[in-house]
Write a protein that binds this ligand. Structure first.
Ligand code: MG
Length: 216
C-alpha cells in the first residue's frame, strides 16, 4: 500500500488519474491535436516516489521526459459531480512529476495503443507531501516551475490550463468514481524535455511547495 502525506497524516493512495494536453503551449510543442474532451489515463500507485527520491529510467527507453504538474488529492467520493461543487471533494494539493518515456509513447501513439508502458513505470510519479486545500487559494492562480540542474525548463501558471481543476474532476467523475485517496494530475505547461542520469530536478508550485528528486 502506497501512502502520501497530508499534513501529518498518512493517506493510502488509490488510483492516479492523469490529464494529458491541458495547456495549449504544451500541445503545440508536441504537435498534438487540441482534444475536444479531456485526455485521461491512469498511473498505478506503485509508480510513486517521494521527496528526495531517485528516478530510475527503464533500460528500454532513451528519452525520459519531465512534466511538472499540480496534483490534487480527493478527500470524499465524487461520481458525476458538477464542476460548481467539484472542489468540495478536494482535500489537498501537491507538486507532481508525470514522467514520460517519450520514445515509447511515440511508438504507442503511432500504433494507436495505450500509453501506460510509457507512463506507469516504477518511479514515474514523484510527488511532494500534500498541503491541505484550505491553505491554498485559487488553484488556477499558481506559478508552476521546474528546474533541472538549476536551469529553468518549465515556467508556467495554472491559470493557463484549458480545463480547470474543477472541470477536470467533473469530467473524470463522469467516467469513473473518484474515491478518497485518489490523486488527479492536471497536465503540464510547455517546456517538457529529456532527463538523464545524474540530473537534479526541483519542481515548485506557489503556495503548494517544492519537490526535489534526482535521476539514478
Ligand atoms: Mg502529463
Amino acid at each position: 500500500m502506497h501512502t502520501v502525506k497530508l499534513g501529518n497524516k498518512d493517506i493510502p493512495v488509490g488510483k492516479i488519474v492523469c490529464i494529458g494536453r491541458n495547456y495549449i503551449e504544451h500541445i503545440r510543442e508536441l504537435g498534438s491535436q487540441i482534444p475536444d474532451k479531456p485526455v485521461i489515463f491512469i498511473k498505478p500507485a506503485s509508480s510513486i516516489i517521494g521527496e528526495g527520491g531517485t528516478i530510475v529510467i527503464p533500460p528500454h527507453s532513451s528519452d525520459c521526459h519531465h512534466e511538472v504538474e499540480l496534483a490534487v488529492l480527493i478527500g470524499t467520493e465524487a461520481k458525476n459531480v458538477d464542476a460548481n461543487n467539484a472542489l468540495d471533494h478536494v482535500t489537498g494539493y501537491a507538486v507532481a512529476l508525470d514522467l514520460t518515456l517519450r520514445d515509447i509513447q511515440g511508438t504507442q501513439k503511432e500504433k494507436g495503443l495505450p500509453w501506460e508502458i510509457a507512463k506507469a513505470f516504477d518511479t514515474a510519479c514523484p510527488l511532494s507531501a500534500f498541503v491541505p486545500a484550505d491553505r491554498v487559494g485559487d488553484p488556477q492562480k499558481l506559478q508552476i516551475r521546474l528546474t533541472v540542474n538549476h536551469d529553468v525548463r518549465q515556467d508556467g501558471n495554472t491559470g493557463d490550463m484549458m480545463r480547470s481543476v474543477a472541470e477536470l474532476i467533473a469530467a473524470a467523475s463522469a467516467y469513473f468514481t473518484l474515491e478518497a485517496g485518489d490523486i488527479l494530475l492536471t497536465g503540464t505547461p510547455s517546456g517538457v524535455g529529456r532527463i538523464v542520469s545524474g540530473d537534479q530536478l526541483l519542481a515548485e508550485i506557489e503556495q503548494v511547495g517544492t519537490l526535489s528528486v534526482s535521476v539514478a
